[in-house]
Design a binder for this molecule. Structure first.
Ligand SMILES: Nc1ncnc2c1ncn2[C@@H]1O[C@H](COP(=O)(O)OP(=O)(O)O)[C@@H](O)[C@H]1O
Ligand SMILES: [Mg+2]
Length: 269
């Protein structure tokens, strides 16, 4: 049996604790991810999705509970320290790339992440360039001919695709996708989701993906988690996930929480 990639135990998060505005944002989350699991997380506005990802990434200090990655307790570890294990892609395509650098310079930075020596001194090496060209060609966006284009000149979708390459070029233990297609138009979003799925499967990446898009959550990944008011309301995987429909999901939610799902934001997406 292989060790879980991620173990979240009894995670509680509060905002403005001890004040009149206290918000108990996560109420005892237990979540274990085995190697290669691709989990889609859905839930209405304010359900706690971002809080969960921020806790795992370390950008939000943990109030109660424990987080382990690859068996290491990272609960109180800095973002920088655990960044060796985690890659994260955000909603804004500008956030993952350096606008004024070229496509290959961005990829080169991602490849050198964590290395201390010769950070910039040698520029982009030939064997690196071959790797980048092959990776870009696999995106099927015609970017293999644009290695020396400034990344700021790319479209949002192209840029997010390059961000995905950067996030995965060093094989992270855990890939965190935080509504990474939400800022794109529907067609581009679909393209970036296909690219995401391909990379995740080719590299067998353990992945937590927040999405506001119910159809994507049903289509992609081997596991689906619905958060509701800071708790896991639905957690399904395997064959049950494969054949799941929106109405199944609503029924499951009703069984678990004893209430009908009324959040239009999830139902309509
Ligand atoms: N920085 C913050 N300060 C105060 N409250 C916050 C902060 N971030 C999130 N919250 C609250 O915590 C709850 C969960 O938020 P969040 O994790 O962002 O939800 P989601 O990503 O599912 O929309 C919400 O009630 C939200 O208002
Ligand atoms: Mg959010």
């Amino acid at each position: 049996m292989s060790e879980p990639v991620l173990e979240v135990k009894g995670l509680h998060q509060y905002f403005e604790k001890g004040t009149a505005n206290e918000n108990h944002a996560l109420k005892g989350i237990d979540l274990t991810l085995d190697p290669g699991e691709f989990v889609a997380i859905i839930g209405g506005n304010g359900a706690g999705k971002s809080t969960l990802l921020n806790s795992v990434a370390g950008s939000l200090p943990v109030d109660y509970g424990q987080i382990k990655i690859d068996g290491h307790d990272v609960t109180y570890q800095s973002v920088a320290k655990r960044a060796k294990l985690i890659s994260r892609v955000f909603q804004d395509p500008k956030q993952g790339t350096a606008t004024l650098l070229t496509v290959e310079e961005n990829l080169s930075l991602a490849l050198k992440r964590g290395a201390r020596r010769n950070f910039w001194s040698n520029g982009v090496k030939r064997n690196e360039r071959d790797l980048f060209r092959a990776k870009l060609a696999s995106l099927d966006l015609g970017l293999e001919g644009r290695l020396s284009a400034e990344i700021g000149l790319l479209s949002g979708g192209q840029r997010q695709a390059v961000t995905l390459l950067m996030a995965t070029i060093k094989q992270p233990s855990l890939l965190l996708l935080d509504e990474h297609t939400a800022a794109l138009d529907p067609k581009t979003s679909a393209t970036v989701m296909e690219i995401t799925d391909k990379i995740v499967h080719e590299q067998n990446l353990t992945t937590l993906m927040i999405t506001h898009n119910m159809a994507d959550a049903l289509k992609y990944g081997n596991r689906l988690i619905m958060l509701d008011h800071g708790q896991i309301a639905v957690d399904i995987k395997g064959d049950q996930k494969k054949n799941l429909t929106v109405s199944d999901l609503l029924e499951l939610f009703k069984q678990q929480s004893g209430a009908a799902l009324t959040d239009d934001a999830i139902l309509l997406s």
